[in-house]
Design a protein around this ligand. Structure first.
Ligand SMILES: N[C@H](CCC[C@H](N)C(=O)O)C(=O)O
Length: 278
């Protein structure tokens, strides 16, 4: 399945049994287009004690992440269409906390759009985590990277994001600066790196270098973090829907006055099959 081209291999763990110690290598394998299937990673749809389903996310380097916005929309679609849930609004457990999904149906009765209440962003330096003194929040903080003097805004959506505002998204140094910040010593758990061009108060251009994966077509948690960072830097306002233009398409994000972040976007099934593997 994919969300705006951010594709994962989804495994229904209500039906499959995979040893815990096999998960990392399996994620690397199935994500590999030459020896596996080819995807940005692997997502497990699991039983949960606190919600109808639980999502676990593995990047294509095998690292496990605490949240995935595009993944949540696809998990919601799968759960509804495969009757793991019996209504259109339901909770999903993630390692980054509980979220709430609402599925929207097309005329064929299939899920085409999903809205996820992603909960509150975490804005403290320690939540990312990011090393450094200064303010407890990371808003437009100077960040020296070799010869480049950058400024970073840090937002966690359960997973960490470093947002850099640029004047021209097409000139953003995703491939050069992205990997250097991803694994920078200031981020002990590494970090997703987003480049954002502000078009208006309600429109952003967006590119991403994802932690544990590299460039992807879209990053749902990153788009949420970008809107939160835009509000923190007075480019956008709380309570207004912001359209985020990602390589793979658009997401609608609203950091509501009450504090939760809402993300609406598509979810698509590519195929269903059996992985034989090596
Ligand atoms: N690379 C991310 C996980 C995937 C998030 C992204 N694909 C999304 O849609 O939010 C991390 O290590 O935190």
């Amino acid at each position: 399945m994919h969300g705006l081209g951010n594709c994962y291999i989804y495994v229904n763990m209500f039906e499959e049994k995979i040893e815990e110690e096999r998960l990392k290598s399996l994620a690397i394998e199935v994500a590999n287009v030459n020896i596996g299937i080819g995807a940005d990673g692997m997502i497990l749809i699991c039983p949960s004690e606190v919600a109808p389903v639980k999502m676990r996310v593995f990047n294509n380097d095998g690292s496990e992440a605490k949240n995935c916005g595009n993944g949540l929309r696809c998990v919601a679609k799968y759960a509804y269409e495969n009757k793991l849930v019996d209504n259109k609004v339901f909770k999903i457990e993630t390692l980054g906390g509980l979220v709430q999904a609402e599925v929207h149906l097309n005329e064929a009765g299939l899920v085409d759009l999903v809205t996820v209440d992603m909960g509150q962003p975490r804005l403290q330096r320690k939540d990312l985590p990011m090393l450094g003194e200064g303010e407890t929040m990371v808003v437009n903080e100077p960040f020296q990277l070799e010869q480049e003097a950058l400024t970073i805004t840090g937002v966690s959506m359960g997973n960490p994001h470093a947002i850099i505002f640029v004047d021209d998204i097409d000139q953003s140094p995703v491939e050069t600066v992205g990997p250097k910040i991803e694994k920078h010593e200031k981020f002990p758990e590494w970090v997703n790196v987003e480049f954002v061009e502000v078009v208006s108060e309600t429109e952003l251009h967006f590119r991403v270098w994802e932690r544990g994966t590299g460039i992807t077509q879209a990053c749902g948690t990153g788009a949420c973090a970008a809107v939160v960072a835009s509000v923190l830097n007075n480019h956008s306002s709380k309570g207004r829907e912001v359209t985020v233009h990602l390589l793979g398409g658009d997401l609608t994000i609203n950091w509501a006055e009450a504090g939760n972040v809402f993300m609406t976007g598509p979810a698509t099934t590519i195929c269903v099959g059996e992985y034989i593997g090596v």
